[in-house]
Design a binder for this molecule. Structure first.
Ligand code: F6P
Length: 319
């Protein structure tokens, strides 16, 4: 193998750049030419390629986002689109492709292998942490720290005004961000798509906490469960005191990656190149316990990630 390519696809995640840096530098050290594909699968179809030298990835470990830029490419969801992409790969003599992204991106990588035998290796990178068989995806830890910091700031003003704050976080269909952020900030309530919500019970709990002397209430809601406005409508008349809404939105996707995410991304980037060099393809690099392993992409994507119900109960008990 002499020439590989790397791309970032789907929603960006802090740490993607560290993974790109590892693929480039480890690849170059192993005598490979490494091509960066700009704008994810859209750039792959367009042949928007740039040769990446060792120096081109200097200083990017600490940068959020992705220097290659990314996209959500509708065309790549079609066989014709993937055909065009495969043609570009073959035309440029690319012998292996590292895809850094979430569920949709990894599905696309698998289809490139299945339909065109392009040797692919996936690296899970999404703040949603909704990919099976891996304990963590790149970007999750940084996102959680961003949400934690924002909620701590909200607690200051919530206490000053004795208000309830409803904080909507991302996660698509996963409640992972909401659960972890609620746990580490001592939120009174955590609303996730995986567990039905009873607003009367929730209101009773918040009122009980107030009676016990709490002067602020933090309710964290995952976007896949409900909007913050919906939660406010259900709660306001039941608890009878001021509420305010904060929708954290895309701030959760930015920021300099934490040490955890940098380590995860750098080690996954190296492992992905090793997998290509070993000829082990159509696999995703996964973190299991404290080890990196290689799992078939479709096995990872077909393994549903459930929420840790025990942790959910602990979060309530400790709040
Ligand atoms: O998948 C990551 C994610 O941030 C989701 O949590 C969120 O719902 C979605 O992307 C937002 O997509 P976009 O960046 O295209 O608005």
């Amino acid at each position: 193998m002499k020439k590989i390519a790397v791309l970032t696809s789907g929603g960006d995640a802090p740490g993607m750049n560290a993974a790109v840096r590892a693929v480039v530098r480890y690849g170059v050290r192993h005598g490979l030419e490494v091509i960066g594909v700009r704008r994810g699968y859209s750039g792959l179809i367009d042949g928007d390629f740039v040769k990446l030298e060792y120096k081109d990835v200097a200083g990017i470990t600490e940068k959020g986002g992705t220097i290659l830029r990314t996209s959500r490419c509708e065309e790549f969801k079609t066989e014709e689109g993937r055909e065009l992409a495969a043609k570009q790969i073959k035309k440029h003599g690319i012998e292996g492709l590292v895809v850094i992204g979430g569920e949709g991106s990894l599905t696309g990588a698998h289809l490139l292998y299945e339909e065109h035998k392009i040797p692919v290796v996936g690296i899970p990178a999404t703040i949603d942490n909704d990919i099976g068989l891996t304990d963590m995806c790149i970007g999750v830890d940084t996102c959680l720290n961003t949400v934690m910091d924002a909620v701590q700031k909200l607690k200051d003003t919530a206490s000053s005004h004795e208000r309830a704050f409803i904080v909507e976080v991302m996660g698509r269909h996963s409640g992972y961000i909401a659960l972890m952020a609620g746990l580490v900030t001592g939120a009174e309530a955590i609303i996730v798509p995986e567990i039905p919500v009873d607003y009367s019970q929730l209101a009773d709990r918040i009122l009980e906490e107030r009676r016990r002397g709490k002067i602020n209430s933090i309710i964290i809601v995952a976007e896949g469960a409900a909007s913050a406005y919906t939660v406010a409508r259900h709660l306001e008349y039941r608890i009878g005191y001021e509420t305010r809404i904060t929708i954290l939105g895309h701030v959760q996707r930015g920021g300099s990656p934490t040490a955890f995410d940098r380590r995860l991304a750098l080690s996954m980037g190296v492992e992905a190149v090793d997998a290509l060099l070993d000829g082990e393809v159509d696999v995703m690099i996964a973190l299991q316990g404290n080890k990196l392993v290689r799992v078939p992409i479709m096995e990872a994507l077909s393994t549903k990630k459930t929420i840790d119900k025990k942790l959910y109960e602990i979060a309530y008990m400790l709040s």
